[in-house]
Design a protein around this ligand. Structure first.
Ligand code: NDP
Ligand SMILES: Nc1nc(O)c(N)c(N[C@@H]2O[C@H](COP(=O)(O)O)[C@@H](O)[C@H]2O)n1
Length: 231
């Protein structure tokens, strides 16, 4: 069993999540920021890859005091469980995600992670080990479900999202598309990794919603699970 998995990212008009130097870019405005805060507050857990932690040092906390209070009133921690997918246990011990705000943290590592790194991370987070060289994502989602996670938000980046899509583990994709071109063939996109080659492997989507927002557009896609061939 796994949680409902939805991806949320902001991208430029040319589909980039940031610059080729992987520097964080402000793509969306205050209305989208508020929307992201709301969907975060409505999630049981929020997940990012280690690339995002090293590039952006995000806290992934709920920002609005009313949304935090709403979670507390429902008997939940102020923040959803924050999960880093980090095979080698490279999450810096001083990272914002491990230190800012209350709530549980999980660092998901693979079997080959250095034991010293794991020991250090255990001071700040639960460490879940799955897979050998890289994190076994189906097993991780299974472990999160066993801990009560039913709704999982994935904030990026492109490498992690690609793996989740490839393994047919994503149910919904929300993208805010902003009014800028970032460019660069090496700049991260929604789904990096090796990509599919054959049309029958492409992931089919149903357009669930289109919303004009500030100077951009918010698209919501539902993933068609059944129509894909086995990878
Ligand atoms: N605009 C937006 O909304 C957002 C933009 N971003 C941007 O995205 C960029 C970061 O993305 P990216 O560099 O792709 O990094 P990711 O955050 O996607 O992290 C990828 C890393 O996760 C680790 N990992 C472990 N197991 C797996 C697995 N099974 N599948 C995939 N990855 C795994 C790997 O590192 P290892 O082998 O060491 O474990 C891998 O390199 C930054 O520039 C950031 O600013 C990020 C989030 C949102
Ligand atoms: N929704 C959204 N809009 C943008 O314009 C962005 N640049 C991002 N980026 C991601 O949001 C995360 C920040 O989290 P905290 O504010 O530190 O909690 C981080 O992962 C960015 O990459 N998102």
């Amino acid at each position: 069993m796994r949680p409902y998995v939805f991806v949320n990212v902001a991208m430029s008009a040319d589909g980039k999540l940031s610059t080729r130097e992987r520097r964080q870019v402000k793509i969306s405005g205050s209305i989208d920021f508020r929307r992201v805060d709301q969907i975060k507050a409505g999630s049981d857990a929020i997940m990012v890859g280690i690339g995002t932690v090293l590039a952006d040092d995000p806290s992934l906390t709920v920002k609005d005091p009313e949304l935090k209070a709403g979670r507390a009133a429902r008997g939940e921690d102020e923040n959803p469980i924050r999960v880093v997918v980090d095979s080698r246990g490279r999450t810096p011990i001083e990272a914002a995600i491990l230190n800012k705000g209350s709530g549980q943290r999980i660092v998901a590592v693979a079997g080959e992670a250095d034991e010293k790194n794991r020991e250090l991370l255990r001071e700040k987070a639960d460490v879940i080990t799955t897979g050998t060289e890289s994190v076994d994502l189906p097993a991780l989602l299974d472990a999160l479900h066993a801990r009560g996670v039913r709704r999982l938000m994935v904030e990026g980046g492109g490498t992690l999202i690609w793996s989740l899509i490839k393994e047919d583990l994503v149910d919904e994709i929300q993208t805010f598309i902003g009014n800028m071109v970032i460019g660069g063939k090496d700049a991260p996109t929604l789904a990096d990794g090796e990509g599919f080659l054959a049309a029958q492997d492409f992931v089919g989507l149903d357009l669930a919603d289109v919303l004009r927002m500030e100077e951009g557009i918010l698209l919501t896609w539902k993933v068609r699970h059944q129509q894909r061939s086995i990878l």
